[in-house]
Design a protein around this ligand. Structure first.
Ligand SMILES: [Zn+2]
Length: 213
């Protein structure tokens, strides 16, 4: 089973990728994992990727695709895999398809759908203690006293990355990039959408059903 898992930041995609991979008895991988692995092993692709990152430039799709295809072609992944958050653009999806034709292509693409309001609620609720770095969430795991750390009484703050304007921009960029990818797989007839606003267990069940059906 060859599965691609897509979902916006805050959709719980990473958790679900690990869980469906273990249900299917295959490995899950993200492009971030592949960058780190290639750099750690100091491969030619890893060095190439680093040369772009050091200049503050985006790693070109062809480099990322090669890393993905290297990983997919490994005999350890011949039974299938879960690609977590890749491809992210239409160009990457087309390139991946062309490369994967010989293997019979991708079986299923699952898109975890969560409304923008809910994503903002989840992503802007994070707080961290200034002194001991304990994480909190104003909705899911609030501190006993507002703004104060339960452990050390330190002040809780919101990271710049979690502020509403930054989060909103991230979600909009994600939507703009991935809408054409979702359409592409919908037209291919292999896209299944899962409601990501249910509780985690129900999302998992819906995903298993989507993979089977
Ligand atoms: Zn603290």
């Amino acid at each position: 089973m060859r599965v691609i898992l897509m979902g916006p930041p805050g959709s719980g995609k990473g958790t679900q990728a690990t869980s469906i991979a273990s249900n299917l008895g295959v490995d899950a991988v993200s492009s971030g994992d592949l960058f780190r692995d290639n750099q750690r092993r100091d491969t030619e692709l890893g060095r190439l990727a680093r040369s772009y990152m050091e200049r503050g430039a985006y790693v070109p799709d062809e480099v990322t695709i090669k890393m993905v295809m290297d990983w997919i072609s490994n005999p350890a992944h011949s039974a299938g895999f879960v690609l977590d958050g890749f491809p992210r653009t239409h160009a990457q999806a087309e390139a991946l398809d062309a490369e994967m034709k010989a293997l019979g292509g991708v079986d299923r693409v699952i898109f975890i759908k969560v409304s923008e309001d809910e994503l903002i609620r989840r992503l802007t609720g994070r707080q961290i203690c200034r002194d001991c770095q304990t994480p909190y969430h104003i909705h899911f795991s609030p501190s006993k006293t507002e703004g104060k750390c339960d452990n050390c009484g330190g002040e809780l703050y919101q990271r710049d990355d979690d502020k509403a304007d930054v989060v909103t921009t991230r979600i909009q960029v994600y939507n703009q990039e991935t809408e054409p990818v979702v359409d592409y797989y919908r037209q291919a007839g292999i896209l299944r959408e899962v409601d990501g606003e249910q509780d985690v267990g129900d999302v998992g069940k819906a995903m298993n059903a989507a993979i089977g059906g």
